[in-house]
Design a protein around this ligand. Structure first.
Ligand SMILES: [Zn+2]
Length: 292
């Protein structure tokens, strides 16, 4: 994945097409893909990336897609707004879940829509680091449930919650039996890094499976370098001078280890890892749709 050719084809995969340099902005959270987004090539189709984003569609578009039977499923991305060490933006987990969700939905167009991402998660353990926002588990879970119920009300029969933040993972999975019973739809929740196996982790990551998802380390930094490099800020960072004043020495050691591992990150690793996650997510929701 190191040639210029592969970089160009990756940007095209992300939706850049001929205007490849516009791709990172087009898939960012800050500038949500809208009418100005370039046309995405997905398989043999060319479509506007906004067409798979519920919040960028009109009610007419959504109504007609549902009533015609074309639109069958939704992905609900969940993330966080939390410290990501010295060099990554707080929105990383939300942006990465959205990136994977949108690209999977583009593959399956017009069957799948991406709901508005939940941008704050369960992150109490990072509150010693400035900037982190956290929700109580019951608040977070209530928001996710209500989004799923809204989608079900509109007639969507398959819902995949695609998570990008470690602290949300177990609470979401623990709710699945109850939520399935209440909603009566094909419902699942997974984190996008469940796509990775020991084999592909060892192939692309120097820190191996133990580095996935990590936290702002080799894995997440590689994803950011590939998909939204404008959210990686190495300028002015000197980790040796950082004073976090963390209460736990283990926490401090882990923070330093993650920073050091982030130096192993490359955009090429991120490209390969994103491709795997998008393939896996598209396969998962395709399988869910076949069962509903
Ligand atoms: Zn993260």
């Amino acid at each position: 994945m190191e040639s210029n050719q592969s970089r160009r084809s990756f940007l095209a995969f992300l939706g850049g097409g001929a205007a490849a340099s516009a791709a990172p902005e087009a898939f960012g959270w800050q500038s949500m893909p809208g009418a100005s987004a370039p046309i995405a090539r997905t398989g043999d189709k060319y479509i506007l990336p906004r067409k798979v984003l519920l919040w960028e569609c009109t009610r007419k578009e959504i109504r007609e897609a549902i009533e015609s039977g074309r639109l069958k499923a939704a992905i609900v991305p969940t993330g966080s707004t939390e410290q990501h060490n010295e060099h990554l933006a707080m929105i990383h987990d939300t942006a990465s879940a959205l990136l994977v969700a949108q690209n999977a939905a583009l593959r399956l167009y017009p069957d799948v829509i991406v709901a508005t991402p939940v941008p704050v998660g369960i992150s109490p353990y990072w509150m010693e680091r400035k900037g982190t926002l956290t929700l109580r588990p019951e608040t977070f879970l209530a928001v996710v449930y209500d989004i799923c119920e809204s989608l079900r009300t509109h007639g969507l029969k398959t819902i995949l919650i695609l998570n990008g933040h470690g602290g949300n993972a177990s609470p979401l999975k623990s709710q699945l039996p109850g939520w399935r019973a209440k909603l009566g739809v094909q419902l699942d929740a997974c984190s996008y890094w469940e796509a990775y196996t020991e084999e592909n982790a060892a192939r692309y990551m120097e820190s191996g499976m133990g580095g996935i998802p990590g936290h702002s380390a080799e894995f997440e930094t590689s994803v950011a370098l590939a998909a939204f490099p404008e959210r990686v800020h190495r300028e002015g960072v000197d980790y040796s001078k950082v004073k976090l004043n963390l209460k736990s020495a283990d926490d401090a050691n882990q923070d330093k280890k993650y920073y050091e591992e982030s130096l192993l990150a490359t955009p090429e690793k991120g490209e390969a890892l994103i491709h795997i996650a998008v393939d896996w997510t598209a396969g998962k929701i395709r399988q869910m749709m076949s069962q509903s």
